[in-house]
Design a protein around this ligand. Structure first.
Ligand code: KG4
Ligand code: ZN
Length: 340
């Protein structure tokens, strides 16, 4: 085909992702993760992540090209996550992208990591409906976005005022003595528990909070509430009902996420919701989103889990959209913008 071949590079957190996309078709997706190196710290250590990116970036590039059966000279454009993310980690991907763009004499596109998460879905389900509301839930982000044009116009409706949803899962997992990253373990254990056993707080959903924080999220109060609950069990010498705590906690998070996402659709008169980010792997989030969207007449798009976590595919997908829509490329002094 004559659609351009776009290389995507992602290095904003702990995954080094390099992928090749043509149009909306994913040709290769190589991902290396340093998650195991962070496990004993209970969270991502920026310096460790940066070093891991340095080691992985060339091998992932080689792997992606081999998987797609392409040589570097076949690449028509280079897209890279330029923010937000960890500064040192971003810098590795941005530097690699600039080097490739310069050496191959092909345009460079700096992309926003959040918009890229949303764009991953085109690889699974084709062109995004626009406008669409997008809920992005990962270890680093929890945002509601209003996407008018994925390549140039994405508005942030709200975000977390403290912990990201995935971060809350990881912190609560730690309290329950489950391994890091804790989200999948809570999800697994919760399946055996009663989500109505404990009524944990739903952050920023009370009337007075909704006035200022309608589309914002807060999970630190919920986390503290779980900690208090577990401490009370220990103090009284009662065994902690881990499955019930996990199920009740998961229900509180997922209830707020889906409620606010659907509210955002209603307020903006949009009948399309897209969900992305690593927490999308949560089985209860998927089920409740489906149920509530069906009730509200909203069509829901959720990409396969592999595309929800950090990867180069989503970056290449967004780069491809930028090329297709004639967006001006970035210059070679593109900065890594950690707070983009
Ligand atoms: O998108 P992602 O792979 O990395 C970034 O944070 O950017 O998301 C990882 C997060 C972790 O916090 C992890 O615990 C959470 O997603 N997660 C889950 C599940 N699977 C992964 N949280 C809840 N339920 C899950 N099944
Ligand atoms: Zn991410």
């Amino acid at each position: 085909t004559d659609e351009p071949l776009v290389l995507g590079i992602e290095s904003s957190c702990d995954e080094t992702g390099i992928a090749l996309v043509r149009g909306n078709t994913l040709l290769a997706d190589a991902v290396a993760s340093s998650v195991d190196e962070h496990a004993r710290f209970g969270g991502v250590v920026p310096e460790v992540a940066s070093r891991a990116h340095l080691e992985a970036v060339v091998p992932m590039l080689t792997r992606a090209c081999a998987e797609a059966g392409h040589a570097l000279r076949d690449i028509d454009a280079v897209a890279v996550t330029s923010g937000p993310g960890l500064a040192g980690a971003l810098m590795v991907g941005v530097s690699a992208a600039k080097a490739l763009s310069w050496a191959l004499d092909k345009p460079l596109y700096g992309v926003n990591h959040l918009a890229a998460h949303v764009c991953a879905d085109v690889l699974d389900h084709g062109p995004l409906p626009e406008p669409t509301v997008a809920l992005l839930v990962s270890g680093g982000h929890t945002n509601l976005l209003l996407v008018r044009d994925i390549a140039v116009e994405v508005h942030e409706l709200g975000g977390t005022v403290d912990d990201a949803a995935g971060e809350a899962f990881d912190k609560v997992a730690r309290v329950l003595n489950l391994p890091y990253p804790g989200g999948p373990h809570i999800d697994r254990v919760a399946a055996e528990g009663d989500p109505r056993a404990i009524r944990f707080p739903r952050g920023l959903t009370a009337g007075k909070d909704m006035e200022r924080h309608r589309f914002d999220f807060s999970f630190s109060g919920l986390k503290t509430s779980v900690v208090r609950w577990v401490e009370a069990c220990e103090r009284d010498g009662r065994p902690v009902p881990v499955a019930d705590v996990a199920a009740s906690f998961r229900e509180a998070v997922v209830d707020v996420l889906t409620r606010k996402a659907i509210d955002a659709c209603k307020v903006h008169g949009i009948n399309d919701l897209q969900i992305g980010g690593g927490v999308t792997a949560n089985t209860r989030l998927r089920a409740l989103a489906e149920e509530r969207c069906a009730q509200a007449g909203i069509s829901l798009r959720v990409p396969q889990i592999r595309l929800c976590t950090d990867n180069g595919a989503m970056v290449a997908a967004l780069g491809s959209q930028m090329v297709q829509r004639g967006v001006s490329p970035s210059s070679l002094d593109l900065p890594a913008d950690s707070s983009m």
